[in-house]
Design a protein around this ligand. Sequence first.
Ligand code: GDP
Ligand code: IMO
Ligand code: MG
Length: 431
Amino acid sequence: MSVVVTVGCQWGDEGKGKIIDFICSEADVVTRHQGGNNAGHTIQVDGKQFIFHIVPSGMLKENTLNIIGNGVVIDPFILIEELDDLQSKGIQITPSRLNISGQAHLIMPYHRLLDGLEEERRGGKGLGTTKRGIGPAYMDKVARYGVRMFDLCDETQLRKRLETVLPLKNSIIENVYGGKPLDLEETFQSLRTCAERLVPFVTDTTDVIANALAQGKKILCEGAQGTLLDIDYGTYPFLTSSNTTAGGVCTGCSIPPMKITNVLGIAKAYTTRVGEGPFPTELYDEEAQRIRTAGPVGEFGATTGRPRRCGWLDLPLLRYAIRVSGISGIGLTRLDILSAVPEIKVCVAYQLRGETRKVFPANVNLLGECEPVYETLPSWKEDISAITRFEDLPATAQSYVHFIEESLQIPIMLISVGPARQQTIVRKNVF
Ligand code: GDP
Ligand code: IMO
Ligand code: MG
């Protein structure tokens, strides 16, 4: 038995989908345990592109069982669209391949509406959310106003929940935001239509996971977002509403902590962020644009299409990510993009109030005062996107990888040099 957890090390979009698709050939079960359709995990296979939002990225591998855990917030309308899209691309969607936790909470139509209204209310001072209703759905989960997949599957229960919750939501929509209230009957009927499609997949996934563990299956837990977007450890309040770090696996898909055998951190060879919030190594103008537009796929959001902010690799940030998730190895992605820069800078520490800090501060209110300390390393000009063996990389690219490993005292197990499955260099086995 082995349980490998993947965690985004930075602010999301590290290339988790690409790496998960690569390593899931060895997995029997692939799970999602947090987030919702704010995630966009891109996978390229045989020239075809797939973007996974709620469904685990293991769906492309025929022999895996995919589980949407209780910690995920599910927009049933979007999930159905995603299933239809996958089916139209020839992916088999059956309950033997996909299980959805009945304990998972729904993103309801009013959550989506409220997310948009709240961003609008804040004007230019919003969080820059994906407006998918993620925050409002997790708010209701914690406030105990949530509606769960088990409720969706039970007509009487669904009506009862809506009768309790919708009047309150409508009052907020109308009186706080001046929005248009939702009709209970219409909302109920549209959700019932979703239920017809989704019921066969809904089950007690605690049972499925326990059986898989008992049978010694290999489980791959697919993290969404990234460490600095974690509700507890991230750049509060500019973050998402779930635990994106390794602990989220235990509460989000009933994996007991002692069963985790490896935590693989996925990190870009530089840093990006989409949405608002602090970003110490951010680059601007041409320098950012050079990174943003290099390579076959530029730095534009897979979910919202927004341009991503780009900056240098930040080692204090990675040390923090390693610390809070117990990361045991790294998958380094988009190394090929650095062929486009004349020289590479790496932030090795922060200067804060006369002191040198090696680790990102938990008190993010201090970030504005943190001055990155950079080391400059030579880059390479060669196109490295067809290289599949570490020793074939240009010496300067190998040095860059060694520099990161030595600085972080952690192995770089995989290196990705392009979006496609085969553009991957394996240095150490993950399972
Ligand atoms: P995720 O959310 O962490 O799964 O990442 P996204 O899919 O949102 O964004 C990563 C983007 O980089 C996608 O367009 C991937 O296809 C692409 N990608 C992944 N790995 C590599 C790589 O090594 N090189 C290049 N050029 N693109 C990559
Ligand atoms: P993947 O899994 C990058 C960001 C949003 C916003 C903040 C809050 O593809 O890496 P939310 O809608 O979650 O309330 O938005 O979090 N964000 C992401 N950024 N990748 C993601 O997912 C993200 N999911 C949310 O841009 O700044
Ligand atoms: Mg993404």
